[in-house]
Design a protein around this ligand. Sequence first.
Ligand SMILES: C[S@@+](CC[C@H](N)C(=O)[O-])C[C@H]1O[C@@H](n2cnc3c(N)ncnc32)[C@H](O)[C@@H]1O
Length: 406
Amino acid sequence: MISAYICRKKNMQIVAKTFFGFEDLLEEELKALGAKNIEKGNRMVKYEGNKELLYRSNIWLRTAISVLMPIETFQFRDEDDLKKKLSYIKYSTYFSVTKSFAVKGAVNSKEFNHSQYPLLLLKDAIADHFRDSFNKRPDVDKSKPNVVFDLHIQDNECTVSLNSSGAPLFQRGYRKSVGEAPLNEIVAAALIMRSGWDRNSDLIDPFCGSGTIPIEAALMANDLPPMIERKNFGFKHWKDYDVNLFEALQDEIPRKPKAGLKFKIIGSDTDTQMILNSRENSRMLPVDNILKFEAKDFKDQEAPSDKGVLICNPPYGERLEIEALEEFYGEIGTFFKHKMGGFDCWIISSSTDGLKSVGLKPAKKIRVYNGDLECDFRKYEIFPGSLKEHKTRITEPRGRRPKTKK
Ligand SMILES: C[S@@+](CC[C@H](N)C(=O)[O-])C[C@H]1O[C@@H](n2cnc3c(N)ncnc32)[C@H](O)[C@@H]1O
């Protein structure tokens, strides 16, 4: 339990950033964490909370890229005015000169020909503030900074925030070995949430690569946070870092798999090295109660039961001839139909030709971005048994229905 003293800390504005299309998922996650006054925006969700919620958001949110704490928002007339107003902020309130820093952000304003220029102004304002106050300036470290500032400019409004996450939150800390096209962890978590999987039935990924989808699913099913392995966050380098609070939140995390789970999460891939990578990536996580990885071609995979969810991210076919691509996706469709009876089968792909060749009618289509690639995430509901059996099942009860007396 978090002490009453820590919980009494005052509320502040917090902003969690996400990828296009995941705002509603992030909002749901924030509600579950107890956030107040939640407001959905474009690729972000604003909310109110205290320091405990700020730390908790970093540890528990599956669909956030970063969690920001805005420190100043103001209007500016032009470049000189922006420069002047950035120089008023007392940056040394937030971090000490011994910490390295970096400035990131997004600028969308006619005032600047070069979108990187305002970032430079903020970097100089921070360095000048420290030099004027302490005759010493903190180092800039672009690759592994301790403290990260976020600058957001829209027209003539500027917001300077501290990025409490530091490195993006898709860097979970568990993925050590990856293949050529690993799925972003946030995208994997969002696909699992979108699929409607109940966290209580079989889940299978027959193109698992380095295991991202099965591992994210296993963490969810065990009520474990995505950041169970990650220990480094931006807020740890702030002057007000509360080590007791952070440790109390860490102590809440179960270190053992949940007992009594009756279903399986299976990842398989034809590439044996990928299976070794998946096992390596999940080795330190307490999820071996339900998680299993197997080296096999998708066509040899069997449904573990007669009901569940399949989510897959097959190759998009960049290195395949069109005929081979169509044949490959056609085989995926056949595999769904003949081997996955009773399952909801979801597939994410950027290949329109491939998806067409699956040859089944999708029950749902959702637009998703996998990095820069515009993809479709499609759902195929596979009837249990053969289609003929299914039709018989639907018509039988009607045929047998007793006639009502007139
Ligand atoms: C886009 S990657 C999947 C990446 C994965 N989601 C991850 O996060 O690492 C596609 C995977 O499909 C696998 N694959 C290709 N052909 C296959 C087949 N016939 N059966 C099973 N897996 C196959 C590849 O080895 C590759 O790991």
